[in-house]
Write a protein that binds this ligand. Structure first.
Ligand code: UDX
Ligand code: UDX
Ligand code: ADP
Length: 466
């Protein structure tokens, strides 16, 4: 019998779980949504009466939280209670790349997912629909099912795959108006009913023709494939950015020319210092690992090249800075504008800025970093996490500034690593005047106009233009 969903629980109050559940609660006032997490500080922040301090910065998110929180949207650390109350449980915990053992540096670490499954199996006393929201390697649902079916209290679990396609920085508009919602389910009577129950939740605001249903494996694999294709476009245009620099072509002109072919399309062709974020690299590494585990070495090598190109692009940019500054940056002050992996987010996971900074620090540069949304603690924690040098050395060599104009004062060079809109609006003459001369400016996001910057007096380099 078709189940009407009245109570939803989401395990994991992160970048995916937080915004997604907020949207469900806002659009489905008749459904109670409990978002739970083991991280007490994160939950406290979600419950902060002043929604300016919720843990995730996303345009439009704070006001949606305000609208639904306390009405039918709740954040708590009481995981067991939320599991028990729920008809449907979303699993939205982190699945980072493994840092140990078999598959180190490649495979997804599923220990958090497995812990969730075991907890659900122990606690649940009524039938539940379990929804995989986190990005998972294909066939994870099989492992989930085995855990749930073997340690449960005789309750029935249906497992769905419902990957999230939102991009950070545009999470609210992506959730409000998704290109598609993908729901994979088992091809059984129960599986179809579970799938329909979730379709009905989304149908509260998403047009029916945008809700796609597939089998579980297609859904799991589609998420990895979508991210791999998107990342591949960025690596493709980035590979050509270097060719543009040596041939006097301009990569934005090339992108415009090819993007107007409807078969290619115009999006995701912006050359950059390299893609970052929690998904692209992790998902491609996943795809590579899975392909290898089935013996598909050519398939694995093909996709691995996307990562190799991305690592090269980050390194190439950093190297360009060193070479241009007369082959040494030792003791030189370099201002870095932007630390987030893209604009309009405070997320720094896999941000190109981290790797560029690390390269420059290894060349003994002194860095001053400014980002409009990323905290000082986060910046130091990202650098410390690499383990390239001691935490003391990081603090000796790196300063984090609250003002872009303070950051650039007496700098030998400025490097733009995130495409924040506000960077374009700065008084670049004032910045030029406060820097050492020659004043070098490296634009890793193609934000600024060459003519204008050269007119001001900068020695200007931008990715993809000779
Ligand atoms: C191509 C370009 O499309 C065209 O813009 C350029 O001017 C010349 O080269 P063409 O080679 O005539 O045109 O055919 P196209 O439709 O691009 O197909 C090329 C090959 O790719 C064919 O063998 C086609 O079967 C194959 N293909 C195309 C696929 O296997 N899958 C697809 O989705 C599309
Ligand atoms: C991505 C997918 O877009 C999203 O569908 C999925 O759910 C999660 O992963 P996200 O990582 O939030 O989203 O951001 P995205 O906009 O895809 O950007 C990823 C990286 O690529 C960023 O560092 C961005 O700056 C870079 N990028 C993107 C480019 O360098 N050039 C482009 O043209 C597009
Ligand atoms: P994503 O970008 O996929 O949302 P995040 O790291 O932002 O990833 O969020 C994942 C959240 O899941 C974290 O806040 C983490 O504390 C939480 N989490 C991980 N394991 C568990 C668990 N077993 N129970 C509850 N919450 C968990």
């Amino acid at each position: 019998m078709l189940k009407e969903i009245k109570n939803i629980c989401c395990i994991g109050a992160g970048y995916v779980g937080g915004p997604t559940m907020t949207m469900i609660a806002a659009k489905c006032p008749h459904i109670n949504v409990n978002v739970v997490d083991i991280n007490d500080n994160r939950i406290k922040a979600w419950n902060n009466p002043d929604t300016d301090y919720i843990p995730i910065y996303e345009p439009g998110l704070a006001s949606l939280v305000n609208e639904a929180r306390g009405r039918n949207l709740f954040f708590s650390t009481n995981v067991n209670q939320a599991i028990q109350d729920a008809d449907m449980i979303f699993i939205s915990v982190n699945t980072p790349t493994k840092t140990y053992g078999v598959g180190k540096g490649m495979a997804a670490d599923l220990k958090y997912i497995e812990l969730c499954a075991r907890q659900i199996a122990t606690v649940a006393t009524s039938d539940k629909i379990i929804v995989e929201k986190s990005t998972l390697p294909v066939r994870t649902a099989e492992a989930l099912k085995r855990i749930l079916d073997n340690t449960g209290n005789g309750v029935h679990f249906d497992i769905l795959s419902n990957p999230e396609f939102l991009a950070e920085g545009t999470a609210v508009s992506d959730l409000l108006n998704p290109d598609r919602v993908l729901i994979g389910g088992e091809e059984t009577e129960n599986g179809r009913l579970a799938q329909q129950a979730l379709v009905d939740v989304y149908a509260n605001w998403v047009p029916k023709d945008r809700i796609l249903t597939t089998n579980v494996w297609s859904s799991e694999l589609s998420k990895l494939t979508a991210n791999a294709f998107l990342a591949q476009r960025v690596s493709s245009i980035n590979s050509l950015s270097e060719l543009c620099e040596v041939t006097e072509a301009d990569v934005d002109e090339v992108a415009r020319a090819i993007g107007s072919d409807s078969r290619i399309g115009s999006k995701f062709l912006k050359a950059s210092v390299g893609f970052g974020g929690s998904c692209f690299q992790k998902d491609i590494l996943n795809l590579v690992y899975i392909s290898k585990s089935y013996g598909l070495n050519e398939v694995a090598d093909y996709w691995e090249q996307v990562i190799i190109m991305n690592d090269y692009q980050k390194r190439r940019f950093a190297k360009k800075i060193v070479e241009t500054l007369f082959n040494t940056v030792s003791g030189k002050r370099i201002a870095i504008l932007g630390w987030a992996f893209k604009k309009d987010t405070n997320d720094t996971r896999e941000s190109a800025a981290i790797y560029v900074a690390d390269y420059l620090l290894s060349e003994q540069a002194e860095l001053v970093i400014y980002d409009p949304k990323v905290t000082k603690d986060q910046i130091f924690s990202d650098l410390d996490y690499l383990g390239s040098r001691s935490t003391e050395e990081n603090r000796d060599l790196v300063e984090v500034s609250n003002s872009p104009y303070d950051a650039v004062e007496n700098a030998h060079a400025v490097a733009i690593l995130t495409e924040w809109d506000e960077f374009v609006t700065y008084d670049w003459s004032k910045i030029y005047n406060s820097m050492l001369k020659p004043a070098f400016l490296f634009d890793g996001r193609r934000l600024l106009s060459d003519e204008l910057m050269r007119e001001i007096g900068f020695e200007f380099y931008k990715i993809g233009k000779g």
